[in-house]
Design a protein around this ligand. Structure first.
Ligand code: KG4
Ligand code: ZN
Length: 340
């Protein structure tokens, strides 16, 4: 008798500079997770160039999908549904993934499901470490900094968000200014290990809403006014700047996380997004007392197709799918639900 296979979803993620395709069975078994990074192509510009990103996605999407199938030892007929990140992100990049996904879904006559990239990051930790709902969700990436109450895989209540720059953006811009390397977050995390976090005493923001965040003031202080905040006798080395900036950036976030836990009385917390790979943040969050914490493993923190496929499984199980007219969206406002 033939063994009955699970529900296999192919997840496509092309919202920014990673061309990623994964195959996930039954929502948690990752059969393949291919991430082709464009980082070397954007490094000369020290930031993502949208035109280059979409052109590379166009060239790479077919071979990356083939590789995901090969690594899972599957062919397209053995895929049960196609999921794709359709919002938010760089429009030209999103369009490549979404057009390709529509083509696959139409030819294979399989369900198509459009996934909100933000909800996918907030769900990524759940693949390996499922928490009971509700939990406090913290999304920290290059484009977003959001603290929210997560009611279920689709329902969010945003409690606080950045009023200007995203936390990852601040890491990237500081690293770019001091020519530390690219991408900034990884480099600062590494340099900070050899620096003194008290060499510079950078200020944090004072905001009306206690759960909102701001990173543009810190970024400006580090880039334009570092000397003003230098401790006596401390040297202005890249390591000291990195450690002091990182310490302040994570302090700003931790203060809000602690306040949100107190206010909501939630005892579970999931972190997601590229900055969730940050070693200081991981250390500080793990040290929180009386809170069950879920972090994605490093490969699931940054953009990947597995989080898209895993989250799509939940919608499919609830009978939700997208029409072939699925649209892309560069921005999403804080919708409480992404599907009706
Ligand atoms: O989630 P992601 O891959 O893309 C977006 O949706 O934005 O996040 C990328 C961001 C970049 O800003 C990058 O510098 C940051 O995540 N990042 C880090 C670390 N690794 C990646 N930031 C701090 N520490 C890290 N270890
Ligand atoms: Zn992302």
């Amino acid at each position: 008798m033939m063994e009955k296979s699970g529900l296999r979803v192919l997840g496509i993620e092309t919202s920014c500079d990673e061309c990623a395709v994964a195959i996930v069975e039954d929502g948690s078994k990752i059969l393949s997770n291919v991430v082709a990074t464009q980082i070397p192509h954007h490094t000369p510009y020290q930031g993502v160039v949208p035109e280059i990103a979409s052109r590379l996605h166009t060239e790479w999407i077919v071979p990356v999908t083939q590789r995901a199938l090969d690594e899972a030892s599957l062919n397209l007929d053995q895929i049960d549904a196609i999921a794709v990140a359709n919002r938010p992100g760089l429009l030209g990049s999103l369009l490549v993934g979404v057009s390709f996904a529509k083509g696959l879904a139409a030819t294979l006559e399989k369900p198509l499901i459009g996934i909100d990239h933000i909800r996918a990051h907030l769900y990524a930790s759940q693949i390996e470490h499922p928490l009971q709902y509700p939990y406090l969700g913290v999304l920290v990436s290059g484009g977003h900094t959001i603290i929210c109450r997560v009611e279920d895989y689709d329902t969010l209540e945003v409690l606080g968000t950045t009023i200007d720059d995203a936390i990852g953006e601040a890491f990237d811009k500081v690293a770019k200014h001091y020519q530390m390397g690219y991408p900034g977050g990884v480099v600062i995390d590494r340099l900070a290990k050899d620096g003194d976090p008290h060499a510079f005493l950078f200020p944090g923001p004072k905001l009306k809403s206690q759960l909102d965040l701001s990173y543009s003031g810190l970024k400006t202080a580090v880039i334009n006014q570092a000397e003003l905040f230098r401790s006596e006798g401390a040297e202005a080395t890249p390591e000291n700047i990195a450690a002091s900036f990182q310490r302040t950036a994570i302090n700003i976030l931790m203060k809000r996380i602690k306040r949100a836990l107190e206010e909501t009385q939630l005892t579970r917390l999931a972190v997601g997004g590229g900055v969730a790979a940050n070693s200081l943040l991981r250390e500080e969050v793990q040290a929180l007392k009386g809170v069950e914490v879920a972090f994605p493993s490093p490969k699931l923190c940054t953009d990947n197709g597995a989080m898209i496929a895993a989250l799509a499984y939940r919608y499919l199980k609830d009978g939700v799918q997208s029409p072939l007219t699925l649209q892309t969206m560069a921005r999403v406002k804080a919708f409480k639900k992404s599907y009706p």
